[in-house]
Design a protein around this ligand. Structure first.
Ligand SMILES: Nc1ncnc2c1ncn2[C@@H]1O[C@H](COP(=O)(O)OP(=O)(O)OP(=O)(O)O)[C@@H](O)[C@H]1O
Ligand SMILES: [Mg+2]
Length: 421
């Protein structure tokens, strides 16, 4: 492919009001949101969407920077026009099979059980957990890619669980005790993927305030700040991948991804019906909307989807089976992403597949409605679909970064809240 020279696209800063861009560079669509930052919420005032070419992305990762920059610019311009403002501070989502999100538990004995836990001690422990998680993620990625020297970077971190002498606390600061156990969630991505996103952001003249693992952003999108009893499985089916996140008692336990998304179904429909990819995509969307008129077309779509949905479901089963740290899987499944529009997805998940997994009872499956996303308020009336949840989730993450400077700062700040009060 010929190398295009990408010119830097200039964006101006506005008045004193704080604005935020959420940029979800998906395999199928670039989705851009512009939000006005209010006290503890983001008001979405601009929305833009641009279809990507088949060669721009592969399974959630950028493969053609110049192509992606063009698409992002177009989505951003639509959003800017609607918003009437230009925003520079941006949260970008990172996805794909090489984004790894796991939780690590560290247990340690304090030498002086009488002394109270202070911020300094906590910070040291968090650093240790992160070092350990980093090494593990690097090893996994080195093994999966066959590259021993792979460069890896942490993208998100969050506290899942803290216990002192077996007693669960939300904030360890100020407590006494001997045995401390801290569970931290960390998401890592290969530097080459992060670098590609940074390059895209740079060419768009955006100021990237955070690159967030998309399943983490989705997992944080519902349930609120202090909902320590909220548990759910999140499934985001995009064009290229299915992302799964497990939230247990308010904490993100881990994320998994596999490379089956809406495009796989379209490809199969194209083969079965003997039509082009674009025609098959149209048939699929019409089928979901109940608008596919011909019986023959309907039968072709159903035959094609039937075959692939089984493979997709075993992908879900395998992924959930890897969450070995929890005793039970939550009986609540929340769906988002364009690919979940296929009726067979809901049907498949409502079947009895769950019996081979440690579910306490049959899971209830439903779509996430845009109105359910924490702290993100749509003022445009355009965010109506479950495919809008991921960019909204990114805007929610952006709010934390804007309010506190960085996500790990926000984590420490949350923990120290009671100390300051
Ligand atoms: N109503 C629908 N029924 C079935 N499939 C749909 C529907 N709407 C969208 N899709 C499919 O969803 C996919 C696009 O979803 P989405 O916009 O969430 O993907 P993306 O974020 O660009 O991709 P990814 O997350 O994999 O990088 C396409 O494959 C499209 O065919
Ligand atoms: Mg997506």
């Amino acid at each position: 492919m010929a190398l295009k020279v990408v010119d830097k696209i200039r964006r101006k800063q506005n008045d004193h009001q704080t604005y935020l861009v959420a940029l979800d560079i998906g395999t199928e669509f670039v989705k851009a949101l512009i939000g006005r930052v209010a006290e503890n919420s983001v008001e979405i005032i601009g929305v833009g969407r641009q279809h990507q070419r088949l060669t721009d992305m592969q399974s959630g990762a950028v493969t053609d920077i110049a192509g992606v920059v063009d698409n992002c610019d177009s989505a951003l311009r639509q959003a800017e026009e609607m918003a009437g403002v230009v925003a520079k501070d941006a949260v970008m989502g990172i996805a794909g099979e090489l984004v790894k999100g796991t939780s690590t538990t560290i247990k340690y004995k304090r030498t002086d059980a009488q002394s109270r836990i202070e911020m300094k001690e906590l910070k040291q422990i968090l650093d240790r957990v992160q070092d350990r998680a980093f090494e593990r993620a690097r090893e996994t990625l080195a093994w999966e890619t066959g590259q021993q020297e792979i460069d890896v970077k942490m993208v998100n971190t969050a506290i899942v669980d803290v216990q002192i002498d077996g007693y669960r606390v939300t904030n360890p600061i100020g407590f006494q005790g001997r045995d401390v156990s801290i569970q931290l969630f960390n998401a890592f991505a290969p530097m080459v993927h992060i670098g590609a996103l940074q390059q895209v952001g740079n060419n768009l003249d955006l100021n990237i305030i955070n690159i967030a693992a998309e399943p983490f952003a989705v997992a944080k999108s519902v349930g609120g700040e202090d909902s320590s009893d909220f548990s759910a499985i999140f499934i985001d089916i995009g064009g290229g991948t299915t992302d799964i996140a497990l939230v247990d008692n308010g904490g993100v336990e881990g994320t998994k991804m596999f490379g089956i998304g809406g495009r796989a179904f379209t490809k199969r429909i194209a083969t079965v019906a003997g039509v082009s990819f674009d025609q098959a995509e149209e048939m699929k969307l019409d089928y979901s909307a109940g608008k596919l008129a011909h019986v023959k077309d309907k039968a072709a779509v159903e035959e094609a989807v039937e075959a692939d949905i089984k493979v997709w479901l075993s992908g879900v089963e395998l992924s959930l089976g890897e969450f070995t740290k929890v005793d039970h899987l939550p009986a609540k499944i929340l769906l988002c992403g364009g690919g979940t529009g296929l009726p067979q997805v809901l049907q498949a998940l409502k079947g009895d597949w769950y019996k081979s997994l440690p579910f306490a009872r049959k899971p209830i499956v439903s779509h996430i409605d845009p109105s359910m996303v924490s702290r993100v308020v749509d003022k445009t009336g355009k965010l109506t679909s479950f495919a809008d949840i991921t960019p909204m989730g990114l805007a929610n993450i952006g709010l934390d970064v804007i309010n506190t400077g960085s996500l790990s700062d926000s984590m420490l700040q949350k923990l120290s809240k009671t100390l300051q009060n």
